[in-house]
Design a protein around this ligand. Structure first.
Ligand code: 4AD
Ligand code: MG
Length: 467
């Protein structure tokens, strides 16, 4: 028989060519049947939906099917016909079945279980997670959202600006960085004073993995007008929460001439675009996840698209929290860094809408945020989402050289590593603003999953970087 080009299962369902001979390749989800006929449900990752293959036992021989079980990989050629059973529009009557790879049921970790393996168990076998319906759906959504992000910025005239991953600066001033070095850590070269001599290191100075592309992104914006970054960022904070990763992806637009209000408009428009895009382009996967994990998911997504975000100052927000009568684990008072319980109270209980908080106390925000006249607050903004809390953090930037330098000195920062960041303000400075969207927090919101470890293929968290 002549070889037939492989068809993806998604394309078969999209436009079933009934009566045609098709070739599919994929993994067995389940096989059931009897002495006469076997029903094999196959999935090739192109869609959440499985296709049913119907195979005559007589044609292949009983023995043959002993080699086929959940997890095995098959190449099936057969006739595409209208489905006799419910729930499927078409199925394949197998002519030939080639077994690419068996999966010994005694050993295969993803045996069919009543409610499927637990998410906790699947984290321990990350090498097989993408094979499950849940993770197939999540990782397809991850792909579509990456594409949507590039599309949004491209359609709106932004340029994708690549900022470095290895850097000598600490953008957030948080000091929670992973060091990058080629020095022998057991026996590093020393200066006369006995300190480690980083002049001997690969880059001739101490370097780290970036915590944010913002500082370099600002240089791009001050030349190209509007840019965005989209890359991995690293934070060595020991926060074992369902919302923190040590390696996560961040999207950071930065726009010359935008003030804080333009920045909020951009963030709101961007988030609504991304969520609409997901509802339109990931409907099957979202429906699957909603049914399995979160019945309110689709309503929540639509609600965010259809409603204006509430905008208020940090001071107003704290006032509401103080008067709420609500018992919080962490106390609220003016000057406190808001915890996700506070953020979620404002969003879920008080306003019942996404919230953008602005004008935070300067002490709890980064050095680069534009200082307000009051001398106490800065023009920062956090976008707060239901179930997530902070999903975006950003600000208008301090564009004035003297004011920025004064703040740097006040904080006793080491200017040597960011001299270029302050220097650019001497040459054609202008108002500009930007923000950072945590990609995994976006995916958490869109999938309805509860733990950030479940929305990235290979999560990096304290004590976990095996695969
Ligand atoms: O609020 P952050 O720290 O802001 C910045 O890094 C700025 N440089 C952004 C900018 O203005 N260009 O981080 C931005 C977002 C957070 O709102 C959150 O969604 C996400 O990044 N984020 C994390 N996501 C997962 N794991 C972590 N450890 C995260 N830390 C921040
Ligand atoms: Mg933040």
């Amino acid at each position: 028989m002549e070889t037939i080009r492989r068809t993806k299962i998604v394309d078969i369902f999209r436009k079933p060519d009934l009566g045609a001979v098709v070739s599919i390749k994929g993994w067995v989800r389940t096989m059931r049947g009897n002495k006469f006929v076997k029903f094999i449900h196959m999935n090739d990752g192109s869609t959440i939906n499985n296709i049913q293959v119907v195979a005559d036992v007589e044609t292949f021989g009983e023995e043959f099917f002993k080699r086929i079980s959940t997890g095995a990989c098959l190449h099936v050629v057969g006739l595409l016909v209208e489905s006799q059973g419910q729930g499927q529009n078409c199925e394949i009557q197998a002519k030939t079945i080639e077994i690419y790879g068996e999966a010994n049921p005694e050993e295969y970790p993803l045996q069919k279980q009543k409610n499927g393996p637990s998410l906790e168990f699947l984290r321990e076998i990350a090498y097989l997670r993408p094979r499950t319906n849940t993770f197939g759906a999540i990782f397809r959504i991850r792909h579509h959202m990456s594409y949507a992000i590039h599309k949004y910025f491209n359609d709106n005239g932004f340029f994708y600006f690549h900022t470095p991953i290895v850097t000598g600066s600490d953008a957030e001033g948080a000091g929670s960085m992973f060091q990058v070095t080629t020095l022998d850590v057991n026996n590093p070269p020393r200066t006369k004073e006995g300190a480690i001599d980083y002049k001997e290191d690969f880059f001739g100075g101490q370097t780290n993995l970036t915590v944010s592309g913002q500082l370099e992104g600002e240089l791009g914006a001050m030349a190209l007008g509007g840019i965005y970054t989209f890359g991995p960022t690293f934070r060595a904070e020991n926060s074992n929460t369902p919302r923190h990763l040590a390696e996560f992806w961040m999207i950071e637009p930065e726009v010359a001439f935008n003030d804080i209000h333009d920045n909020m408009d951009l963030a709101e428009d961007f988030m609504k675009y991304l969520i609409s895009y997901a509802l339109e382009n990931c409907a099957d996967d979202i429906a699957f996840l909603s049914e399995k994990y979160d019945a309110e998911l689709i309503d929540r997504l639509k609600f965010v698209v259809e409603n204006d975000f509430v905008r208020l100052t940090y001071t107003e927000g704290v006032d509401i929290l103080e008067k709420s009568g609500q018992k919080f684990e962490f106390p609220v008072y003016w000057g406190a860094d808001l915890q996700s319980e506070h953020e979620r109270y404002l969003v879920e209980k008080h306003f019942k809408r996404p919230v953008i908080l602005t004008d935070y106390p300067k002490e709890i925000k980064s050095f680069y945020m534009k200082q307000n006249e009051d001398g106490k607050t800065v023009r920062g903004m956090d976008v707060l989402f239901p179930k997530i809390g902070e999903i975006i953090g950003g600000s208008e930037r301090e564009a004035d050289y003297d004011k920025l330098m004064a703040r740097v000195k006040e904080l006793d920062m080491n200017v040597d590593s960011i001299w270029w960041y302050t220097e650019i303000r001497k040459f054609g400075t202008a108002p500009h603003s930007g923000f950072g969207l945590g990609f995994e927090r976006l995916i958490l919101f869109i999938t309805g999953m509860a733990n950030i470890r479940d929305v990235i293929p290979f999560p990096r968290t304290p004590n976990n970087a095996e695969f």
